[in-house]
Design a protein around this ligand. Sequence first.
Ligand SMILES: *Cc1c(COP(=O)(O)O)cnc(C)c1O
Length: 393
Amino acid sequence: MSYNADNKGYYGEFGGAYIPEMLYPNTEELRENYIKIMNEPSFRKDFEALLKDYVGRPTPLYYAKRLSENYNARIYLKREDLCHTGAHKVNNTIGQILMAQRLGKNRIIAETGAGQHGVATATVCALMGIKCVVYMGEIDIKRQAPNVARMKMLGAEVRAAKSGSKTLKDATNEAIRDWINNPEDTHYIIGSVVGPHPYPDMVARFQSIISEEIKIQLQEKEGRTDPDYVVACVGGGSNAAGAYYHFLDNEEVGIIAVEAAGKGIHSGESAATSALGKIGIIHGSKTLLMQTKDGQITEPYSISAGLDYPGVGPMHAHLYTSGRGEFISIDDEEAMRAGLLVSQLEGIIPAIETSHAFAVFEHKKFQPEDVVVVNLSGRGDKDLQTYIDYFKL
Ligand SMILES: *Cc1c(COP(=O)(O)O)cnc(C)c1O
């Protein structure tokens, strides 16, 4: 079985491109060109140079000694928290801005919920001197004021989506409307392995640098390229896709995906998409998503804004239904406790998204000789106020 996209963008029964006809020329231009452009030596050279000198790659693979002693396994942390802007998202926005340039686009649009993807997009637009418009729900603009300020400081225009629930899905609708109206000069940077084909596959390829580096680094440290397990948190699924990518076809490598159970899987306030999701279409892709009996998308909840997404990318829907991936749901409290523990055992304050991944060690027992790589998707500076309020620090 293949765990990568076929040439129509399907992962098993998931994926594809379910889009309004008016959007077809835009995605078609990208679909016809993305692999060709990514394989051009000049593209690879520019991408690798920026990842090295601007983002700070390769990020370290760090043996977490005290965490390993605590849980009696060989635990390594892939330090995406050390990337410029504090998380993995910039790997993708660097790739897509270079793609946009090759396609002759001089304007970028994006949508953002928590604001992290908006900041990563505004960052690369500043870097390249390209005009940037970020759509964001009116409610999210209020909730995520520091990220709105960052985007503005970086020169982006933030446009409020005022319809519907005034959150991420409304911002997405506005961005799609913009793209339909500006097919010639505009590229739409999607922030995770979601959206119509070819986005999930393209974003996974940009993020696959994570597992490419893990293989080299693990060879140096353990004398073998492949770990026993790779663990990552899943919002849309991009950091996880990047961490799994080069291990997907080796079934000896256990793939563990951690989702946010919010206040509990069955509390009505969660983002545990695989546990609760049914097949449906979101952002132009057939996948698993949380919905009501009549197919209306349910508003998700998690204490971590980055996992607060009602669907999951088609790669992950396929990993779940095929049984290739093991999916674990972690609630707010378990995640927050794991974040505090990692801070105090390793001197690393993780993003709350990543704290969900760390809580896996309370749920699953590993063997002492197991090599477990946790993708440390981002740093916790952005979440300090949430940690402070939660623990009354
Ligand atoms: C955005 C974000 C996530 C979730 O997005 P994915 O596409 O699932 O990776 C996870 N961790 C951090 C730190 C983030 O900023």
